[in-house]
Structures are given as structure tokens and as C-alpha cells.
Design a protein around this ligand. Structure first.
Ligand code: ADP
Length: 485
């Protein structure tokens, strides 16, 4: 599934989930409205029918009396019409309330019908006195009818109350169910959202870490990238894997080339240096002062070239994992004296206050690669210190040993390094400012770091622009008796 379809699907899912409670709530409201309408209709229809029957009862009573006093067709058909009215409205009440509720009124109506027909019969037979007596006899019938109607009316009111209670129950249960549905929909929406966020953010964050690692110079693609996903993130991971593979290959080719080129340069440089030395010794005849000056320049440049080629070779071997240090017992004090001796002349020449100090207690011996610590580590750090410190400045080398760690510190009072560049100075070819570029290669500190780390140690730099720079090296000290690491 593509990221686009996943997002669209999540959106559709969320809309659907939020619609379920909305639709349910709307349907419950609709039900309540229907209930209210039917309640109102039932109630008012039933009351109207009761009113009609009440009116017919009164009319029938009036017609009966009038008919006994003055028998004629108008009153007779009036009585029968009122009886039909009653029957019709009782039928309507039957339908909405059920036959049980109207049974007593129906019985009264039937008795009234029988009484009416009997009255008609007596009057048609000319028995006026008997008809008057009979009317007196059935006089309680309309009252029983009104009493029956009152009971029906009470029943209608009772039914209304029950219907209102039922509507209240429906509304309460609808409110409960709708709230529950909203809650469930919210939880499901949250789950769906989190699932989508997780499915996208986790691989993206891994990809972002991997990209940061490439930016740091680590060209191996991590195993945990989602290479087998079929979406855009999978495509990105596969392209990223291919890209790192290509970068690693280019890096290897570059290192191979640098290593080969430096190796090939070594022989001609040695030949040049050798012939320059022979020239200097006068083997090819005497030279005038101008020629000696040029020869000194050639020798100076040859030395720079030799140093650069050696640095390039060392670095490429370190990076290929092919260069190992050769630790052996080293007398720390002797090492410090040698370092002081190498830079004394330069210090005097540049009029720099240069001192090498060992802080007691110092161990007699430590297991180190003597040449690499002396030339590549201290040599490089001191060359830089002298390079960036003006005459009248101060340079110190301090050695100390504490808690099984040999600490070496090189401090100068030179130009310093801006804070934002401190993190980069150990990268190869990194140089601060144009002056540095004119004087070096940017490889020295990268080699220093490799050598220190190969000893299991660490190096860090602190600096203040205009006040100077300090390099602190900590190397776990092993005495010659310890087993090799
Ligand atoms: P380079 O051969 O150019 O000196 P390095 O790797 O030895 O290369 O140093 C990298 C950069 O760090 C230098 O170019 C310089 O700008 C800065 N640097 C190193 N040491 C010092 C120092 N002691 N004082 C000021 N800047 C320094």
C-alpha cells in the first residue's frame, strides 16, 4: 500500500468512525420525534372522540324526551343518527385504545339503542303513557355512559403519561448509547491514527538516522531499514541502500587511489631527496651561493612532500584497517626529553617559552607505540602549536598519570580555534582559515586521533580565540607486565 493510499484510507476510516455515532444519534432523535407526534395524535384524537360521544349522549337524551312529548320522524332519525355517531367514535376509540377500554361504554350504547327502539315501538303503538314510564325507567343510562366516558378519559391520560415515560427512557438510553458510540469511535480513531503515525514515523526516523550517519561519513546501510515495504518508504530505503553501497565503493576506490598514488610518489621523492643530498655534499661539483639557495628550497619542499605522502599513506592504511600500532615498553621521561629535544631549536628560533613537564608521580614505563606517540601524536600537536603561536608566546607539554590513565596535554597561547569549528578539526582535510590552508594539509589531527584511538584512548580540544588551544589526551596506561590487549 502506498503512503498516499494509507493516508487516504486512514482519513476515510476516521470519517466513517465519526459518522457512526452521528448517524445513530440522528436515528434516535428521529424515533423520539415520531413518538412525540404519535403520542400527540393518539391523545388528541381520543379526547375528541370522547367529547363527541359525550355530546351525542346529551343530544340523544334531548331527542328521546322531545320524541316522547311530540313523536315525529325528525326526532326519531335524530336519535338514530346520534347512536350511529356514538358507534363510529367508539370504533375509533377501539382502534387506538383497544376493545377492553371501551367495553362498558359500548354496553351502555347498546342499551341506549335497545331503549330507543323500544320507545319508538311504544310511541308507534300509541302508548304514550307507557313510553313516558319507560323513559323514566332508562333515565340512568346516559349517566352510566358519562361515567364510562370519564373512565376512558382517565385511561387516555394514563396512557399519555406512560408514553411520555417511555419517550424519556428512549431519550436517556439514546444519550447513553450515543456517548458510548462516540467514546468507542474516538478510541478506534485514536488507534487508527497512532497506527498510521507509527507505520510512517518509525521507518522515517530510521531513515533519518541512517542519512545522518552517511553525513558523518558512515557509508554502510543499516539492516533495520524497511527495504521490503512496497510503498514510497520502501522505494526510498532501497534507493538509500543502493546509494550507500555506491558511496562506500567510491570511498574504497578513493582510498585505494590515494594509497596507490602516495606509494608511487614515494620512490621518485626519495630519488630527488637523495640527489639533492649528493648535490649538497658537492659530489657533482661546487655550487655558488645562489645555487645552494635554490638547492635548500628544493630540499625544503621535498621534505614537505615526503611528510604529506607519509601522512596520506598512514591515513589510508588506518582507514582500511591495515595499519596497526606496535606497542612496547616506553620510558615516559625519556619520551618527554626526546620531544623537548626535537622542538627546542624551533622554540629558540621562534622565541617561544617552551617547556615539557612530567607531573609526579609518573610511572617509569608505559606500553605505547613509541614512534607514533612521539612523532605522529606529540609531533603533530607541537608542529601545530608552533605554527599557530607567535613569538613571545608559550607552549607546554604536560604528562600525568592518575587512576590508571596516562594524560598528555599540549597547550599553546596561539591564535585559538573558533568554538563552532572545534568539532571538525579532527576530520581529514579540515582546516580553519586561509593561513592554515597555506601551511598544512589538514591531515595531522586526523592521524593524531587515529593513533590515540588505536591505543584505546581519547582526545579532545578546548580553545579560546586569541588566547590559545589545549589538546587533552587520555590513554589507559598498561605497564609492561600487563598482558597485551
Ligand atoms: P594542518 O596540517 O592543516 O595543520 P591539522 O589536521 O593538523 O591540519 O589541523 C587542522 C586545523 O586545525 C588546522 O588547519 C588549524 O586551522 C587548526 N589547528 C590545529 N591545531 C591548532 C592550534 N594549536 N592552534 C590553532 N589552530 C589549530
Amino acid at each position: 500500500m502506498t503512503v498516499r493510499s494509507r493516508l487516504l484510507l486512514t482519513l476515510a476510516g476516521i470519517i466513517l468512525l465519526m459518522m457512526i455515532p452521528a448517524v445513530y444519534g440522528a436515528s434516535q432523535l428521529q424515533r423520539l420525534e415520531e413518538l412525540a407526534v404519535s403520542l400527540e395524535m393518539d391523545h388528541s384524537d381520543a379526547l375528541a372522540s370522547i367529547g363527541q360521544i359525550r355530546a351525542s349522549l346529551a343530544e340523544l337524551d334531548r331527542y328521546q324526551r322531545s320524541h316522547v312529548a311530540d313523536p315525529n320522524d325528525r326526532y326519531r332519525s335524530g336519535m338514530r343518527r346520534e347512536l350511529v355517531f356514538m358507534a363510529n367514535h367508539l370504533e375509533l376509540l377501539n382502534r387506538s385504545l383497544g376493545p377492553g377500554a371501551t367495553a362498558s361504554m359500548a354496553a351502555v350504547r347498546d342499551s341506549l339503542e335497545v331503549a330507543t327502539e323500544r320507545l319508538v315501538e311504544l310511541l308507534e303503538a300509541g302508548l304514550a303513557q307507557q313510553a313516558t314510564d319507560y323513559l323514566e325507567q332508562v333515565k340512568p343510562l346516559p349517566d352510566s355512559g358519562r361515567a364510562a366516558l370519564n373512565r376512558i378519559e382517565e385511561g387516555v391520560d394514563e396512557r399519555g403519561r406512560e408514553a411520555v415515560e417511555y419517550a424519556q427512557q428512549v431519550s436517556a438510553s439514546a444519550a447513553r448509547t450515543t456517548s458510548l458510540a462516540v467514546l468507542v469511535a474516538l478510541l478506534l480513531t485514536l488507534g487508527l491514527g497512532l497506527w498510521t503515525v507509527d507505520a510512517l514515523s518509525r521507518p522515517l526516523s530510521r531513515l533519518s538516522d541512517a542519512t545522518a550517519a552517511v553525513a558523518e561519513g558512515e557509508f554502510s546501510a543499516p539492516e533495520n531499514l524497511p527495504y521490503d515495504r512496497s510503498d514510497e518508504i520502501g522505494d526510498l530505503s532501497r534507493s538509500f541502500g543502493a546509494m550507500t553501497g555506491r558511496l562506500a565503493e567510491l570511498d574504497r576506490l578513493k582510498a585505494e587511489f590515494v594509497s596507490l598514488a602516495s606509494h608511487e610518489l614515494k620512490t621518485p621523492i626519495n630519488v630527488i631527496a637523495g640527489y639533492a643530498e649528493l648535490l649538497e655534499e658537492g659530489l657533482y661539483g661546487d655550487m655558488d651561493p645562489r645555487q645552494r639557495e635554490v638547492l635548500a628550497l628544493v630540499q625544503d619542499q621535498t621534505k614537505s612532500l615526503t611528510r604529506l605522502v607519509n601522512q596520506l599513506l598512514d591515513l589510508s592504511r588506518f582507514e582500511a584497517g591495515g595499519l596497526r600500532i606496535e606497542p612496547g615498553p616506553v620510558e615516559i621521561r625519556t619520551l618527554l626529553e626526546e620531544v623537548e629535544g626535537s622542538f627546542r631549536a624551533l622554540a629558540d628560533q621562534k622565541q617561544i617559552d617552551f617547556r615539557v613537564e612530567g607531573r609526579e608521580p609518573l610511572p617509569e614505563d608505559a606500553v605505547l607505540d613509541h614512534d607514533r606517540i612521539r612523532h605522529e601524536v606529540l609531533g603533530n600537536l607541537l608542529s601545530n602549536a608552533f605554527k599557530f603561536t607567535s613569538p613571545g608566546g608559550r607552549i607546554r607539554v604536560e604528562a600525568a598519570s592518575e587512576n590508571g590513565t596516562l594524560s598528555l596535554r599540549v597547550t599553546d597561547s596561539g591564535i585559538g580555534i573558533p568554538k563552532d569549528q572545534l568539532d571538525h578539526i579532527f576530520e581529514k582535510y579540515y582546516q580553519v582559515g586561509d593561513d592554515a590552508k597555506a601551511q598544512g594539509s589538514g591531515l595531522g589531527l586526523a592521524i593524531v586521533k587515529h593513533v590515540v584511538e588505536a591505543h584505546g584512548g581519547t582526545i579532545r580540544a578546548t580553545s579560546e580565540v586569541g588566547s590559545g588551544t589545549t589538546f587533552d589526551i587520555d590513554i589507559p596506561s598498561r605497564s609492561p607486565g600487563d598482558a597485551p590487549a
